[in-house]
Design a protein around this ligand. Structure first.
Ligand code: PGA
Length: 257
């Protein structure tokens, strides 16, 4: 992997409720993390807070991301936000295919369009995948395979190299660290995802995938997932709204690899 830095992404979802609060959380995170050497941090606030945060000062290890983007470039798509609009606001990353969007009917086909549109506009997509439940005959692995295949098939190889894939088992999202996935299973999944990527697109591509883990990452389980989970970073939901906890997770992740 070329860029060995870890990537820690904050997914604020539909929180907080005011611009003032968003700025406060952002500033506390910035203060708390200081200068990280071995990791990059990306904050994905709700759309209305992107501009007010963009106007604040950013250290060079901290970036803005968006939680979603339209699969269309422009036009009559009420409620959608285009990739050019995000570009205009200095957004570096965009989350695509989050399970909470998929639950609203977003298909792999639409997610693929979003990935293409992001790459073409120099914004880095973060593709979320993950099974809803684990069954004994392991058919969840076929599910993961089809998510990877249908979301990435046909995307240019130059873009697929270093593709960021956030593995988020849906059953582990929004709980506590006690119900999160254990590091050994996370390790296994990172290997499986890279292997599937290799089988579908070539070993060089599969091996280059940057795998984030998401699903109830808290300060209690972050260190062991970092140590044993074989991951390149985290996608953190609720714990990223707690600046003290989030900064501690980042400090933990900021070790040389
Ligand atoms: P969580 O959310 O950390 O609150 O589980 C993660 C996510 O949904 O991205």
């Amino acid at each position: 992997m070329k860029n060995k830095k870890r990537l820690i992404v904050a997914n604020w979802k539909m929180n907080p409720q005011t611009t003032d609060e968003a700025k406060k959380i952002f500033s506390s995170i910035k203060k708390g993390i200081g200068i990280t050497k071995n990791s990059e941090v990306c904050i994905c606030p709700p759309y209305p807070f992107i501009y007010p945060l963009y106007k604040l000062k950013f250290p060079k290890n901290l970036f803005l991301g968006a939680q979603n983007v339209s699969s269309y470039e422009k036009g009559a798509f009420t409620g959608d936000v285009s990739i050019s609009m995000l570009n205009d606001l200095g957004v570096k990353y965009v989350i695509v295919g989050h399970s909470e969007r998929r639950a609203n009917g977003e298909s792999n086909e639409i997610i693929k369009k979003k990935i293409e549109i992001a790459f073409l506009n120099n914004i880095i997509p973060i593709l979320c995948i993950g099974e809803k439940e684990r069954d004994h005959d392991a058919s969840y692995l076929d599910f993961i395979r089809s998510q990877i295949k249908e979301c990435l098939n046909g995307i240019e190889k130059k873009y697929l190299l270093g593709m960021i894939v956030a593995y988020e088992p849906v059953w582990a999202i929004g709980k506590s660290y006690k119900e999160s996935m254990n590091p050994t299973d996370i390790h296994e999944m990172t290997l499986i995802i890279k292997k599937i990527g290799g089988e579908l697109f070539g070993k060089d591509i599969g091996d280059s995938f940057k795998i984030l883990y998401g699903g109830s990452v808290e300060i209690e389980n972050a260190p062991s997932i970092l140590e044993y989970g074989n991951i390149d970073g985290f996608l953190v939901g609720h714990a990223s709204l707690d600046p003290v906890q989030f900064a501690r997770i980042i400090k933990n992740a900021d070790v040389k690899r």
